[in-house]
Design a protein around this ligand. Structure first.
Ligand code: UDP
Ligand code: MG
Length: 314
């Protein structure tokens, strides 16, 4: 009788300027997987996202001891979302787990993810229970972002859940079938649905290197999230336009009545200025919102690939 074949777990880890953390990452992964090696086959797809340091060489070095490693080398820096997309495309496991390579996602949590998967969940979310490692501004804005996003879009992104999660092969195939170029992964993950379970974990501080996400990048990321999954910012202008028009109409009536009864007073410099400035401000914001969407339509319509691979080492 042949043994039942081992189920394969793929870790997908995007790496951008992580030269000092790579070996530590694999040490920790091995610590976690050695005890369960008889039950599961491991694969790690490391995506080198155009690092400018020695990350690629460190990955090649790690490959000599860890044959389960697959290195996907992108031709330049495409950003974390694209790097994860690339990793998901190359992963062959029965379950796939995106995990940061800076060890902020504790590999030990993977065991809990697998457990929930074995008991029937198709998606197992790792939810962070504290945001101690975040900057205060990040903590505050993240919270508001999720509230706003979930209120105005068709899908609910669970708060405090990032890319760190387990997904069954079925979920990965569904994700791969989505054609869009703007890859706001959290949104796409939520959009595909499936039976979902959650485990909790504490985010570890970064051990090496520095974060690549400054406040401006995070703001753009949030914009991408909103505009990829909601058209509310486009539609709101209809209502705002009606409101402004109604107010203007009321103001006009007031001016006419006032002129009829009290004659022409001092020339209405102030009221004209206020009206003109307000109206043009509203128009500029409206155009800006249109621009956000038109920009995204532009990006999609070019149908460029999400990433370009220079090399794959299997
Ligand atoms: N990352 C990437 N491409 C980028 C930026 C980041 O692949 O352009 C990777 C990075 O190597 C890390 C993960 O994405 O594994 C999270 O990045 P980081 O730690 O800088 O973000 P933070 O944890 O501060 O949100
Ligand atoms: Mg990090």
């Amino acid at each position: 009788m042949s043994l039942p074949s081992k189920r394969k777990i793929s870790l997908v880890t995007p790496c951008y300027n992580e030269q000092n953390g790579i070996q530590a990452f694999f040490r920790r992964i091995n610590e976690v997987f050695l005890p369960i090696a008889d039950k599961y086959e491991l694969e790690v797809v490391a995506v080198n996202d155009g690092s400018r340091d020695q990350t690629y060489n460190e990955l090649v070095k790690a490959k000599t001891d860890n044959s389960y490693l697959v290195i996907v080398d992108l031709s330049r820096n495409f950003g974390k979302e694209a790097a994860i997309s690339a990793g998901l495309d190359f992963a062959t496991g029965d379950a796939v787990i995106p995990i940061d390579s800076d060890l902020q996602h504790p590999p030990e949590v993977i065991l809990e993810l697998i457990e929930k998967w074995e008991s029937g969940a198709e998606v197992v979310l790792a939810k962070r229970v504290d945001r101690k490692t975040d900057r205060p501004i990040q903590k505050l804005t993240a919270n508001y972002f999720y509230k706003l996003h979930n209120r105005i879009s068709d899908i609910d992104i669970p708060a405090d859940v990032g890319d760190f999660r387990l997904m069954d092969r079925k979920v990965i195939e569904a994700l791969k079938s989505l054609p869009e170029n703007c890859r706001f992964m959290k949104g796409l993950f939520a959009w595909v649905g499936f039976r979902t379970a959650t485990v909790e974990y504490k985010v570890a501080p970064r051990e090496h290197g520095t974060t690549s996400f400054n406040t401006w990048k995070l703001w753009n990321f949030a914009l991408e999230g909103i505009t990829s999954f909601s058209s509310a910012p486009l539609r709101v202008w209809t209502y705002l336009g009606c409101l402004v028009s109604a107010l203007s109409f009321a103001f006009a009536v007031y001016l006419i009545v006032k002129t009829m009864f009290f004659g022409i007073g001092t020339p209405g410099y102030a009221s004209i200025m206020v009206t003109v400035l307000f109206a043009s401000g509203v128009q500029l914001i409206g155009i800006g919102v249109l621009g956000e969407y038109v920009g995204r339509i532009f990006a999609e319509s070019k149908k460029r690939p999400v990433y370009i691979v220079r090399d794959v080492i299997k």
